[in-house]
Design a protein around this ligand. Structure first.
Ligand code: ADP
Ligand code: MG
Length: 365
């Protein structure tokens, strides 16, 4: 069976997710998975680099180290399936974003994790650098997953919204009426700010199940200041990252309210995620929301989202047959397939590009 391998590491910089998958009759069949958490020192260096603290040496070395780890993660997933590299048609590697600047006079998006190393170590043709062709065509280069969501999660009877809760949150609105266009954009932070604030105050990389946030209360004035950031009201196309929503952003706002305790800030950041998503959902009274990404493992976040989005139904992509943890890596396996079949991978109505484009660069195995 024709298998494809998807490799993804998002803005959370928690680690690399690999999935070995096939698409029989336009369905998704997962054969094996593997996740490699980033070692602490590597993660810290990546976070530093993403905040513009780094030299060309840092970029080069990290490109190598991350590429190496991506290759190892791919090989482990293949091993877990009891398969051989020759069974895999291609790898789609998103890489690790270290900087995403879609606006301005010189827009760019930079992913590292050298695909030459991945192709060399695995012997498998590797597709990477998916975002920049869309940007060259005037798009944001993001989000790219809506085309995948449209291909596999659309329905001709109901409106659906796929909500990815990674470091950043992005939505894909999939209309039940095929004459309507897909809407997709980054709504702002999902876990990024909560993770950064939690790391600073507790030393833990994330707030397990939102336990710490539950000890606090929402500070309405602080929430109001956060929500007044222009990003939330800007119309799509739009995309963002940790170069904007980072610890400095949270600290600057929190310091304007020195009376607010650290756990109240954490609770308020969780509320920011919930409210900024709910306010930006397309108006569609009947739609069902299907969540995916690491945020679905935070039951407190999910409960608050469900409450705020009510009467809309909030479920997870598990109800569409795909475990929420593997949606993004499967999307990049599919994007590699699109590229090698010379099909487009972007939705211009989402990214703002001037047209559909075949995405990515190919490194032959
Ligand atoms: N048990 C959990 N409780 C709370 N948050 C969690 C849990 N497990 C994962 N997460 C959150 O999910 C994030 C990782 O999600 P992921 O979808 O991999 O994001 P990204 O695509 O940005 O890498 C973690 O940084 C953390 O914030
Ligand atoms: Mg991740």
């Amino acid at each position: 069976m024709a298998m494809w391998l998807g490799l993804m590491s998002g803005t959370s910089m928690d680690g690399i997710d690999a999935v070995l998958v096939s698409f029989p009759d336009n369905r998704i069949l997962i054969h094996a998975t593997h996740s490699t958490p980033y070692p602490d020192a590597l993660r810290q260096r990546l976070i530093q680099l993403s905040q513009n603290h780094g030299t060309p040496d840092d970029i080069g070395e990290l490109d190598h180290c991350v590429g190496d780890l991506f290759a190892q993660t791919a090989s482990k997933a293949i091993e877990n399936a009891g398969a051989a590299p020759t069974d895999v048609l291609a790898i789609g590697s998103h890489g690790q974003t270290i900087r995403h600047q879609p606006l301005g006079t010189a827009p760019f998006s930079m992913q590292i994790g050298d695909p030459n190393l991945i192709a060399e170590r695995t012997g498998i043709t590797t597709v990477a650098d998916f975002r920049r062709r869309d940007m060259a065509a005037g798009g944001q280069g993001a989000p790219l997953v809506p085309a995948f969501h449209k291909a596999f999660f659309g329905s001709d009877t109901e409106d659906r919204c796929i909500l990815n809760l990674g470091g950043i949150a992005n939505i894909s609105w999939l209309p039940g009426n095929p004459h309507d266009r897909v809407i997709g954009f980054d709504t702002g932070p999902a876990n990024a700010l909560m993770d950064a604030w939690c790391q600073l105050h507790t030393g833990r990389p994330f707030d397990d199940d939102g336990h710490w946030a539950q000890e606090g209360i929402v500070h309405q004035a602080l929430l109001g200041h956060m929500l007044s950031d222009g990003y939330f009201s800007r119309p799509a196309p739009k995309s963002t990252g940790k170069e904007k929503f980072n610890l400095e952003w949270a600290k600057t706002l929190a310091h304007r309210h020195p009376e607010v305790s650290a756990e109240d800030v954490q609770r308020t950041l969780l509320e920011l995620t919930v409210v900024s998503i709910a306010r930006q959902l397309p108006q569609s009274p009947e739609m069902t929301i299907f969540a995916c990404g690491g945020g679905t493992r935070n039951s407190f976040l999910m409960r608050e989202l469900r409450r705020t989005c009510s009467p809309l139904t909030l479920s997870s992509t598990a109800d569409l047959g795909l475990d929420p943890q593997w949606v993004e890596p499967v999307a990049f396996a599919w994007l590699a397939k699109q590229t090698l079949e010379r099909r487009s991978g972007n939705l211009p109505e989402v990214t703002g590009a001037s047209g559909e484009r075949i995405l990515g660069a190919v490194y032959f195995g």
